[in-house]
Design a protein. Structure first.
Length: 358
């Protein structure tokens, strides 16, 4: 694709899906002799990579194009490298659903729930929950391993792939540490805006936007100046992206998000939104909201706490943060030494990532 060819996000998502399906099918074919149990895990892998917004793959592809257009024969290799970011994301979601005790993902049972139900309905001895937990841990690990394999074998020159893998290694470390910061914040029952923003940065912002941009730029031969410029754009955008996710986790439409209403509340997430709500509510409302975090809520209770968060001013404050971060990222993009076409598309992606309902 060149600057004369319009950017079509839907076609790109379809191409990434084809890469992922082809890769998972090839993996499954290698292990067909292992029987039904392995086949079930492979089927779960197929389900875990189905659908999604594909922002990480998009930012990887446009990090590359920020430096230059792919040469003839590089387009397929770039798609495979970008798809590796989606395998990393799928791995994180499988593990995250288990750690958060989330029942659904994209309108389907989460991995640990589906395998627990398989155990239960099959009448097997032992604990269905333990079996489901084991399946989720192992599937997440498998997807993580595949992400590295797909990146290494993407087909671009070995020297640039080796450089990109160093960025990819940092990405994986950051998302694991960010996840543990999140788990620890919930465990302590703390609601601190700065700590919650640190979780936003390391659990999501860097691996969702900044690092995919870096991977793409490095694969294209971009140097430190380009990587730094893409950080100035990508990090505030990634933070705005996750803050939008936090709003959707409380106020999102279940028919669109594929998650129950108020899902972040029942999961007990100590997000920036929740921290601001606790700080801005009356003593009585703050105590009730704090006590509700992490337990099953009836629809009427979800509606009540949505109202508490709204009236506290927290939702409006998060919207203001999203707007400010979006302005920052777009200003950084204007100053970045990227190709003119990439500047246009990255600005469109920034708006799509921050002003969304899914």
């Amino acid at each position: 694709m060149t600057s004369a060819t319009p950017w079509d996000p839907a076609s790109f998502r379809a191409e990434i899906q084809t890469v992922l399906d082809t890769f998972v099918d090839a993996q499954a074919a290698q292990y067909v002799d292992l029987g039904d149990d392995a086949a079930r895990l492979m089927a779960a892998a197929t389900q875990s990579v189905a659908g999604g917004k594909r922002f990480r793959a998009m930012f990887c592809a446009w990090g590359f194009r920020a430096v230059r257009e792919p040469e003839p024969g590089e387009e397929g290799a770039l798609l495979r490298a970008a798809a590796a970011l989606e395998l990393l994301h799928a791995s994180a979601l499988v593990h995250d659903d288990f750690m958060d005790a989330s029942d659904t993902r994209r309108g389907h049972p989460a991995t640990h729930v589906a395998f627990a139900e398989l155990h239960r309905s099959s009448g097997w001895p032992g604990s269905p929950e333990q079996y489901g937990a084991a399946a989720a841990v192992l599937l997440g690990d498998l997807l993580l391993s595949w992400a590295d394999e797909l990146m290494r074998g993407c087909g671009l020159p070995a020297d640039v792939v080796a450089e990109a893998l160093r960025v990819f290694d940092a990405t994986r470390s950051e998302v694991v540490l960010g996840q543990f910061l999140d788990v620890s914040l919930q465990a302590r029952g703390e609601a601190d805006v700065e700590q919650a923003m640190q979780v936003v940065r390391y659990k999501s912002a860097k691996y969702s936007v900044e690092r995919p941009l870096h991977v793409g730029a490095v694969l294209a031969g971009g140097g430190p100046e380009m990587v730094g410029a893409l950080s100035a754009f990508g990090l505030p955008l990634g933070e705005a992206f996750q803050l939008r996710d936090d709003l959707l986790g409380v106020f999102g439409d279940p028919s669109v998000t594929g998650k129950p209403a108020g899902d972040d509340l029942t999961e007990g997430k100590r997000t920036v939104l929740v921290a601001l709500a606790l700080a801005g509510s009356s003593v009585e409302d703050a105590a009730a909201l704090d006590a509700a975090l992490g337990r099953a809520l009836e629809p009427a209770e979800v509606a009540r706490f949505q109202g508490v968060i709204e009236s506290s001013g927290a939702a409006a404050q998060v919207e203001e943060r999203i707007d400010a971060l979006t302005r920052d990222c777009l200003a950084a993009l204007e100053a970045a030494p990227v190709t003119s076409y990439a500047r246009v598309v990255l600005a469109d992606l920034a708006r799509a990532a921050t002003q969304r309902s899914l």
